[in-house]
Design a protein around this ligand. Structure first.
Ligand SMILES: Nc1nc2c(ncn2[C@@H]2O[C@H](COP(=O)(O)OP(=O)(O)O)[C@@H](O)[C@H]2O)c(=O)[nH]1
Ligand SMILES: [Mg+2]
Length: 351
């Protein structure tokens, strides 16, 4: 076996082997997932994408049990352990909560099932390592291309915004939040695609900046400025009628607010959060991104969107209608911290 491997290495070279591995991986993903709806989480490593998915799934399960559940054991165990780890840390007696700037380093996929009245709808979430978003890194060229392909094929793009990097030091460290790379990835993926898309900008780790309505407005204004490259897309008539964009801050911890960064040699090494002693772990609004995604999905079904053609035979309008009242009754529309920036018609309409 190792002899075969070294012969192959000699013939193809390591670059050749990695091209083949990537091609097989792509084929595998596209075969396996041709009848699924795809959602993507975008954000640098450590932004909190996995945690956000874990909290979102957990909250949805509490509110409407069995409506959005893991379709495989790996999805369940990865998200369940991310959730537990966060909760244990948030409820531990230590006053501070330290977070390193590294996160997951490989492509994670989470398979879910949306349970309809008679049929089920498979949904796949992609969670990329932040490094794959970097278009300047030649070693990541194949991975970057894969990100673009997946984002292009995804109906919902959830941008996990690591808020302290936008807010602190007047945004000097915003590169850590991957702003330019996220904007570039979204623009590239919209280029060859004409379908409707929902882009959710989800500020996380934002407990400190949302204590009052006035604070929250300051945060949203800052985020709007920093992400204006995405928010201004609908000014272009080419995109105007097919993009819905909303700003939905989520508290994935609730009882800890940002305190400071730690530095080494001019680089940020850790984010430090301080806990509120009078509170326990209390995520807030973690169900909202999924409510928005499902509401968008309802409208796409109603419109007979071509994106849904592959799943149409499995899941009919009636199936998703059974979720409609629940999804929409609890949706926070332009209230408190939430803003629909454009495409309200795509996102929310009585069908
Ligand atoms: N204090 C705090 N830590 C968080 C929050 N969200 C995520 N984390 C931590 O940040 C780290 C990276 O999160 P993860 O979800 O793995 O990031 P990913 O690389 O984007 O998937 C983990 O140690 C989490 O426990 C938050 O809202 N507050
Ligand atoms: Mg992750």
């Amino acid at each position: 076996m190792s002899n075969n491997k070294s012969q192959l290495l000699k013939i193809l070279g390591s670059e050749g082997i990695s091209i083949i591995i990537n091609a097989v991986r792509r084929l595998f993903i596209s075969r396996k997932s041709s009848n699924e709806l795809w959602f993507t989480a975008l954000g640098p490593s450590g932004a909190g994408k996995t945690t956000l998915l874990a909290c979102m799934h957990k909250r949805f399960e509490e509110l409407l049990p069995g409506s959005f559940y893991p379709a495989d054991n790996k999805t369940f165990s990865t998200l369940n352990s991310a959730y537990k780890k966060l909760k244990i840390e948030a409820n531990s007696p230590s006053i501070e909560f330290e977070v390193g700037v590294e996160g997951t380093s490989d492509l994670r996929q989470y398979a879910f099932t949306i349970k309809g009245k008679r049929a089920n709808l498979p949904v796949r979430f992609f969670d990329f390592p932040g490094g794959w978003l970097n278009p300047y890194d030649e070693a990541q060229a194949e991975n970057h291309e894969q990100v673009i392909n997946i984002v292009q094929r995804s109906m919902v793009i959830m941008v996990a915004i690591n808020t302290p990097y936008i807010m602190e030091f007047d945004g000097r460290y915003k590169d850590y939040a991957g702003v330019d790379e996220i904007e570039y990835a979204i623009k590239l993926s919209l280029r060859n695609d004409n379908s409707d898309k929902l882009i959710l900008l989800v500020p996380i780790k934002c407990e400190r900046y949302t204590r009052t309505a006035a604070d929250s407005k300051i945060m949203r204004d800052k985020i709007k400025k920093v992400f204006s490259g995405i928010l201004n897309l609908p000014q272009n008539p080419v995109y105007r009628d097919r993009l819905a964009i909303a700003l939905l801050p989520v508290h994935t911890v609730g009882n800890a607010h940002f305190s400071r960064f730690t530095f080494k040699g001019g680089n940020i090494t850790q984010e430090v959060y301080v806990k509120n002693r009078t509170m326990k772990f209390s995520p807030k609004d973690a169900d909202q991104p999924l409510r928005y995604a499902m509401s968008f999905l309802l409208n796409e079904f109603a419109k007979g969107s071509t994106v849904l053609a592959s799943v149409k035979n499995m899941f009919m309008q009636n199936d998703i209608n059974s979720l409609r009242d629940f999804v929409r009754a609890g949706m926070k529309l332009n209230s408190e911290n939430f803003e629909i920036m454009c495409g309200q018609k795509l996102l929310y309409k009585t069908v």
